[in-house]
Structure formats: structure tokens, C-alpha cells
Design a protein around this ligand. Structure first.
Ligand code: JB2
Length: 214
């Protein structure tokens, strides 16, 4: 049976990458929903149909959606505004680039997108709408909460826990077993060596708190 066709919510740079993951994975993309009719994904040479603005959009039966906006706060706003009746969109499942490696014992929530070259190892779990970006590595037994973003090249050692709505920045990571809370930002290149409280921004090696994450 073929994969359920999907609609991309958001049509900017991140959506372009999600589009290519879908195409590589054989997931049909019906169109893009974005407030800007002239968004890049709709206007590119290989673009997809613009279906309308986000507010008031009604998912056609038999389609799923993928959040394709990179900004985590914007993703959370869009999800919160969505009619729960449209949760049928979640049936789209996860989409995995064929060059990524996902253990058969790993669990990916609905709407998760795994980009090229990423690795999700044994018994790791990624919650709904997570972004496992290009060449990110999620080691064995990690737990990543819903709507978190592991940016390109980020690395979570074995058994790391990451909360919901947290950004682990470009080439950042965490030593095995650390816990990073909800709504955190781990700055680019930072290495987390101890637990990080909810809504904290950390930077550097070893990572130190520099204030609240917005
Ligand atoms: O709050 C929002 C909102 N914020 C952005 N509500 C709604 N309804 N739509 C929103 N958008 C839409 O997402 C904009 O209309 C725009 O089309 C798109 C954002 O595109 P942009 O190219 O600015 O960013 P992006 O989210 O696709 O990519 C960012 O995040 C990626 C992870 C960039 O920083 C990329 O470089 C990065 N790789």
C-alpha cells in the first residue's frame, strides 16, 4: 500500500528540505499551506500547489499534514490553532529520508521528519512532529519530546532525554544520560554535560546557562 499523501504546513526554506525528503521517501505531496502565496516552495521551478493560508485551512479527507516551518514557537502556534478534528492529519506517520538509518526498535511519532544521513539508534524515541535534521545522531535509548528540533550535525549520546519544544542547535549535543528540559535552546556547538532546567538557554563547551529561552 502506498503512503498517505501529505500537505506541507509552511512553505519556506525548511519546507523545501521536507519536500525533498518526501519525494525521496516516495510520499506524495499534495500542496503547501502558507500565508504567503508566493512562498518559496510554491514558486520554485519544481514547486507544489499553494492551497491557501494557514488560518481556516481544512484538510481534505485522506491526506495527512507535516509541519514544515522550522521555528519551534511558530510550529507550536500553528498546532495549537488547529482544529482537533483535523488530527486525522497525524495519520501521515513519520517520513524518513532513505539515506537515514533508523533502528527497527526506535519509535518515531506521527509527523516526525528524519532528514538525510541522520541516525536514530536502538530503542530511541522521538515524539510527534520532531525534526531530526541532516546528519543528526540520536543514540540508543534517547527520549526526545514532541515538537523538538535536533539541528544538522547535533549528537545525543546514549540515554539522553530532551523535553518538548526544545532546539538542539547546529552541531550541538549532550553527553550520555543528561536531561534537557522543555522549551530549551542548546546553542550551536554547545555540549551539555549536566541536566538543563525547562526554558533555559545554554551555550558553550561545557554548556552554561545564559538565561531563559524565549
Ligand atoms: O507563526 C507563523 C509563521 N511563522 C513562519 N504562522 C504561520 N501561519 N506561518 C508562519 N511562518 C511561515 O513559515 C512563513 O509564511 C514562511 O513561509 C515559513 C518560514 O519560512 P523561512 O524560510 O523563513 O524559515 P523556515 O522555517 O522554513 O526555515 C528556518 O528554519 C530551518 C530549520 C530557517 O532558519 C532555516 O535556515 C532552517 N534550516
Amino acid at each position: 500500500m502506498g503512503r498517505m499523501p501529505v500537505i506541507l504546513i509552511g512553505g519556506g526554506g525548511h519546507a523545501g528540505v521536507v519536500l525533498e525528503v518526501c519525494r525521496a521517501a516516495g510520499v506524495p505531496v499534495v500542496g503547501v499551506v502558507d500565508d504567503d502565496r508566493a512562498c518559496p516552495v510554491a514558486t520554485a521551478a519544481d514547486g507544489v500547489a499553494w492551497l491557501g493560508p494557514v488560518d481556516g485551512f481544512v484538510m481534505p479527507p485522506g491526506t495527512g499534514f507535516l509541519l514544515a516551518i522550522g521555528d519551534l514557537a511558530a510550529r507550536a502556534r500553528v498546532l495549537a490553532a488547529m482544529d482537533p478534528a483535523l488530527a486525522v492529519g497525524l495519520a501521515a506517520g513519520a517520513v524518513v529520508h532513505p539515506s537515514a538509518t533508523v533502528s527497527g526498535t526506535a519509535r518515531l511519532g506521527d509527523g516526525v521528519v528524519v532528514m538525510a544521513g541522520a541516525v536514530v539508534n536502538r530503542h530511541a524515541k522521538v515524539g510527534m512532529h520532531g525534526i531530526v535534521n541532516t546528519r543528526a545522531v540520536i543514540e540508543h535509548d534517547c527520549r526526545v519530546g514532541a515538537n523538538s528540533h535536533l539541528a544538522p550535525g547535533s549528537v545525543l549520546g546514549g540515554g539522553v532525554w530532551v523535553g518538548e519544544g526544545t532546539l538542539v542547535g547546529l552541531q550541538a549535543g549532550g553527553l550520555p544520560g543528561v536531561r534537557v528540559g522543555d522549551g530549551c535552546v542548546v546553542g550551536a556547538g554547545a555540549v551539555v554535560v549536566g541536566d538543563v532546567a525547562d526554558h533555559t538557554r545554554v551555550v558553550g563547551v561545557p554548556a552554561r546557562a545564559v538565561g531563559a529561552a524565549c
